[in-house]
Ligand binder design. Structure first.
Ligand code: ATP
Ligand code: CA
Ligand code: CA
Length: 459
């Protein structure tokens, strides 16, 4: 899982795609951020802004494009048909930014600092790729500071997100503590040979500064929801599923008050998903065990994220050492100031500036939601107020699957062979009910469960 990633550098097969994604974000997000804030209009939800990136060779007599000449180079190109021409890119590609104003607003609602966001996403060796794509075919990339995830999505998911964007936006306004994935941007890269890649930027539920000792992805279904127990020893960080959870008789220990907060929010979120006919989502739970603490310190962890091969490189001889070093708070603040200034003055952010930023403490934004306020997560609390030894990092993920034709077909086929209430492709109403009920059951503390059993025996 999370720590196992491949650094995406020039030698990586997806380097050009990743480079184009980030260059597109850098240019289009800083362009939107540079404008004065204004009220959203209905058109903002449909809007798309196209940019064309051209490789630009500066005339040999002119100095090579440095930060300050970037703007001047840009001015040499005229706009045509609403397309913004952006020179000085390394590769030719086209980029589309969907509903840029809506996502700018969402980022504000989710309390992201605009300069921070760009800084995290637009460094040079910024991404690490998570394993190989799963059955859905999506690719996952972490920003270099580990705060954001880029997920490539299917065209159908992309169209669907655009369709529900208004409902999603309204839901976030009404539910600042929503547990649903936080979407920060929706974009498309088009390669010169025509290949289109749609992707979203979203929150990484797991913290950059804490080890996650166990991960579960729960749907409330049992069919196929099992990670082979035999494989866990060799993959201690694997994402386990419903049956593994049940086998361990795990519960979320939240105490009365937190439990109520959590279930109320989950219910509101599930109702939205049901109304929008969404299914196949899950509750992702990362568990940090305070007694085990962090087994590796942050620096080791950083190196591992980018060097999944296993051997620790010798930092002194590693050409990327400089980029992996943890910058001081002062350096970070200086960079953030520079970035804010550039955003204000509408200067495009040069690639080199927005580089490393490795938080060793958690930045403010995550603390704003109740569910992310205990060290970036939700601290376990025992019924008897005994000392809690775990922090949960949780949220509802993978929520862009519309109950469409494909799922109906799946329902039909699976229904022939299994107990049909247990398969995962249920209609959205039932899916939501089963999901909520399962999670509600999971929040029953050990004490309450024991009391319930005792009362049953007495009766
Ligand atoms: P499928 O449709 O086959 O379930 P998918 O490609 O749509 O797969 P997701 O279900 O979105 O992928 O995510 C797969 C895994 O990636 C999750 O189980 C989790 O381990 C990790 N993951 C996804 N989203 C997040 C997130 N926001 N924060 C942390 N980890 C995540
Ligand atoms: Ca999933
Ligand atoms: Ca999916």
């Amino acid at each position: 899982r999370v720590l196992v990633g491949t650094k995406v550098d020039e030698n990586h097969q997806n380097w050009v795609t990743a480079y184009n994604m980030l260059t597109g974000i850098r240019v289009s997000v800083s362009r939107t951020n540079a404008k004065l804030d204004r009220e959203l209009t209905d058109q903002d939800f449909e809007a798309k802004q196209k940019s064309t990136f051209d490789m630009y060779e500066p005339p040999s007599s002119a100095p090579s494009p440095s930060n300050s000449s970037f703007r001047q180079c840009a001015d040499r190109f005229s706009n045509s048909a609403g397309n913004e021409l952006v020179p000085s890119a390394k590769y030719d590609f086209k980029f589309k930014d969907y509903a840029p104003w809506v996502f700018r607003n969402l980022r504000t609602k989710f309390k992201l600092d605009p300069a921070d966001y760009l800084m995290s996403l637009t460094g040079k060796y910024i991404l690490s790729e998570l394993g190989s794509p799963g059955k859905s075919g999506s690719f996952f990339y972490f920003s270099r500071d580990y705060k954001y995830i880029i997920k490539t999505i299917h065209h159908a998911e992309h169209k669907f997100l655009r369709k529900i964007l208004k409902d999603y936006y309204q839901h976030v306004l009404d539910n600042p503590n929503t547990l649903l994935s936080q979407f920060y941007g929706l974009h498309r890269v088009k390669m010169p040979w025509g290949k289109k890649i749609h992707f979203v930027v979203m929150n990484n539920l797991f913290p950059p500064h804490r080890d996650i000792h166990m991960t579960f992805d729960l749907k409330g279904s049992t069919v196929g929801r099992d990670y082979r127990e035999e494989d866990i020893e060799s993959h201690p960080r694997a994402t386990l599923k419903d049956l593994n959870w049940m086998r361990r008789k795990r519960t979320l220990e939240l105490g009365m008050q937190k439990k109520r907060l959590f279930l109320e929010q989950l219910q509101r979120d599930v109702r939205l998903l049901q109304r929008l006919e969404i299914m196949d989502y899950s509750l992702l739970i990362g568990i940090h065990d305070l007694e085990r603490g962090n087994e590796e310190n942050l620096r080791d962890k950083t190196l591992r994220v980018f060097n999944p091969g296993g051997e620790d490189p010798d930092p002194a001889n590693d050409p990327h050492t400089v980029l992996m070093r943890t910058p001081s708070k002062l350096e970070n603040e200086k960079k953030a100031r520079e970035l804010r200034h550039m955003i204000k003055s509408e200067k495009p952010i040069p690639m080199g500036l927005a580089t490393e930023k490795m938080p060793d403490t958690l930045d403010e934004p995550r603390k704003h939601s109740v569910f992310y306020s205990d060290d970036g997560g939700f601290g376990a609390t025992h019924e008897n107020n005994g000392p809690a030894t775990e922090v949960y990092y949780l949220g509802v993920i993978d929520c862009l699957t519309h109950y469409g034709v494909i799922k109906k077909i799946e329902h039909f086929w699976k229904g022939l062979s299994s107990d049909s209430s247990q398969i995962s492709a249920l209609p959205p109403q039932e899916y939501g009910e089963r999901f909520y009920q399962f999670i509600e059951g999971v929040t029953m503390s050990q004490e309450v469960a024991a009391r319930a059993r005792f009362q049953q025996e007495e009766a």
